[in-house]
Design a protein around this ligand. Structure first.
Ligand SMILES: Nc1ncnc2c1ncn2[C@@H]1O[C@H](COP(=O)(O)OP(=O)(O)OP(=O)(O)O)[C@@H](O)[C@H]1O
Length: 446
């Protein structure tokens, strides 16, 4: 294949340090592919919209299609469900050339949850879900028990059973989205395509919807979803395909695809890629375009285990001179600190912060205008760091998880951390730059 996504992943990866455990097998080469795209090109209105797309998607995997507006995600989903024919290239789903099948036969292989939730007819919800059974029924067939069971099960799984008799025009956009997912489930296909399935859902239903897709994938369904939210995509998908200008820029596991250089190339955006401290998933933070690197002042950052990488990148992009530590050699945060040129205090791998390191940290804290403590584990190993941070005149604590859900190394750890909280400003990651900015001005006497 001319455009092997795994090759692309290798070409564009800059984030080789991340652990790749999220994907056990490479979904693009595992077992028999459920979907094979072979050099697919599409032109619409005289413009090339997809250009030489090749990918094999393994059976029972959840693949996220990501990319900027207009990259070709919806068009690729339309190619996959057979509703749009490519100008060149082939698409096989479950071994069948999807464009050689009747639309009914294609609909027994692929169900689609469309992006638009606009509906014009005021059918009751149950009738809309029943439409999912059309590909399985002859023109004059009555409703079988299987049909009814599939409809009821689909409504239950998407939590729309209580809406069954309501006209679909009189429910909310988010509820309608779930009804369209129910219709696709009632279709009972081996492949499920979703175009922005979480776009109009509240945060609870976003998570529940993606967990439902994840469950279906666990039961053997192959799912391909266009998803704008890169962090949801990274958390739920086994693999990602990054489209830009109708081509695959990168494909593979989320940590490989979501590299800072790929994001810059595809989205023309500066972003920081780190790990979410609670879920461990790859986490992308877009930097504001106003991060114009003109901030002045010195900031010391205490972190560990990847908790500080995002803060280090954001502060560096804003223009602050940085110091960091003490961190264990080889720690993700130590690597991030080096990448942004921070004055770094280190201790050997797995070693606790000793006396010498503690006084080195104390001098960095003293020299800094502001000290930032990331959402670290308050363990024996870094108590000395936190005690050194407690001497800061201007202190900021970045908290990404509730105080009560953190681990403390006994009463001593809790006492030190409580002292920091009393003295410092507790902020969410999104507030970091503005709070550090205010404190740095205060420290400079402006
Ligand atoms: N029927 C059409 N005629 C002409 N151009 C089209 C047509 N449909 C889509 N396009 C163009 O094809 C390109 C890809 O569109 P597509 O909807 O696939 O992008 P997308 O990645 O899904 O975007 P978004 O994230 O905004 O939903 C866009 O430039 C779009 O304007």
């Amino acid at each position: 294949m001319s455009n092997d996504p795994t090759e692309h992943a290798a070409d564009h990866s800059t984030d080789r340090s991340a652990d790749h455990a999220a994907v056990a097998d490479d979904p693009f080469t595992a077992s028999k592919p459920a979907i094979e795209l072979d050099d697919v090109s599409v032109s619409l209105g005289g413009q090339t919209v997809l250009d030489g797309i090749s990918a094999d998607i393994g059976d029972g995997t959840f693949v996220g299609l990501i990319g900027p507006n207009g990259a070709g995600k919806t068009t690729l989903l339309r190619i996959l469900n057979g509703s749009l024919s490519p100008n060149s290239g082939r698409v096989h789903v479950a071994g069948e050339d999807i464009h050689a099948l009747s639309s009914k036969a294609a609909s027994r292989l692929v169900a689609t949850v469309p992006q638009t939730t606009a509906v014009t007819f005021d059918f009751p919800v149950r009738e809309v879900v029943r439409m999912g059974r059309t590909p399985h029924r002859g023109r004059f067939d009555g409703w079988s028990e299987d049909d009814e069971a599939a409809v009821e099960a689909a409504m239950r799984r998407t939590s729309v059973a209580a809406l069954a008799e309501r006209p679909v025009t009189e429910i909310s956009g988010g509820e309608r989205q779930r009804v369209l997912i129910a219709r696709a489930l009632a279709q009972q296909t081996p492949t499920l395509l979703l175009d922005e399935p979480t776009a109009s859902l509240d945060i609870n239903h976003q998570v529940r919807t993606l967990e439902l897709v994840d469950d279906l994938v666990g039961e053997g369904t192959t799912a391909v979803a266009a998803i704008h939210d890169l962090n949801l995509a990274a958390h739920y998908c086994d693999a990602l395909i990054l489209l830009a200008n109708g081509r695959i820029l990168s494909a593979g596991d989320p940590a490989t695809v979501l590299s800072e250089s790929n994001l810059r190339e595809a989205f023309d955006a500066e972003a920081v890629v780190s790990r979410h401290p609670v879920t461990g998933s790859v986490y992308v933070t877009a930097l504001p375009s106003s991060a114009s690197a003109d901030a002045t002042g010195r900031v010391h950052v205490v972190g560990g285990g990847g908790t500080a990488a995002r803060s280090l990148h954001v502060l560096s992009a804003a223009g602050y001179a940085l110091s960091a530590g003490a961190l264990n050699e080889g720690d993700t945060d130590a690597e991030a600190a080096r990448r942004v040129g921070a004055d770094l205090v280190t201790v050997p791998p797995y070693a606790p912060v000793d006396h010498a390191a503690q006084s080195a940290v104390e001098s960095r804290v003293k020299a800094a205008d502001v000290t930032v403590v990331a959402d670290v584990e308050v363990g024996e190993g870094n108590l000395a760091n936190l005690e050194a941070a407690a001497a800061a005149d201007y202190l900021v604590l970045v908290e990404e998880r509730p105080f009560s859900e953190r681990n403390y190394a006994g009463d001593a750890g809790r006492a030190v951390y409580e002292q920091l909280r009393e003295r410092g400003h507790v902020v969410e990651p999104s507030e970091l730059l503005s709070v550090v900015g205010e404190l740095a001005c205060e420290a400079a006497g402006e």
